[in-house]
Design a protein around this ligand. Structure first.
Ligand code: IMP
Ligand code: MG
Length: 179
């Protein structure tokens, strides 16, 4: 697995610092709100698990699953809900938790759907942001860090469902997906 990585972008220690910083901001911003953190499966699982432990106010969690990529590295733009939320959203301040904001199509679709439901507010928290690749006009309210236009894996992010279990964030060698 490690031989497929060309370089380490974020070490475990750097990831910890990013998550702590985001957790502090969320704790402060949501102290008088009714926070529901919504993780987008599966890429956000590590980030979500770490982030909620840095949030020091009461909060609920739920998960949603959408399809978009297939096994390639480019978004197809065809997004569909595979698993919807279990919680009735009325009265909640939703914070969508995503692994990476790339073209923006996935989050644009998800926020579009959720906004039609009754809720107090909705914001986006992404671990990574790849602004160079954006095709829809969407900004994250909370972003861990920006990454260059390279395909990254680890800390939940996959290529063809692999590499999610790497504890750091790395760049995948191009020959792995050019094959
Ligand atoms: P978007 O709809 O193009 O913004 O794509 C968002 C989704 O694509 C993310 O939730 C990831 O699952 C996936 N994705 C985008 N870029 C990368 C990457 O560099 N590595 C791994 N997955 C990625
Ligand atoms: Mg994904």
């Amino acid at each position: 697995m490690l031989e497929d990585i060309s370089k380490v972008l974020l070490t475990e220690e750097q990831i910890r610092e990013i998550v702590e910083r985001l957790g502090k901001r969320i704790t402060e911003d949501y102290k008088d709100k009714n926070l529901l953190m919504v993780g987008i499966l599966k890429g956000s699982v590590m980030f979500m698990a770490d982030l909620i432990r840095e949030v020091k106010i009461p909060c609920r969690i739920d998960f949603m699953s959408v399809s978009s990529y297939g096994s390639g590295t480019e978004s197809t733009g065809a997004v569909k809900i595979i698993k919807d939320l279990d919680i009735n959203l009325e009265g909640y301040d939703l914070l969508i938790v995503e692994d990476i904001l790339d073209s923006g199509k996935t989050l644009d679709y998800i926020t579009g759907i959720l906004k039609t439901r009754r809720l107090n507010s909705i914001r986006i928290c992404t671990f990574l942001d790849k602004p160079e690749r954006r095709v829809v006009d969407l900004k994250a309210d909370y972003s861990g860090t920006t990454v260059p236009d390279e395909f990254v894996v680890g800390y939940g992010l996959d290529y063809d469902e692999k590499y999610r279990n790497l504890p750091f964030l790395g760049v995948l060698k191009t020959e792995v997906y050019a094959k």
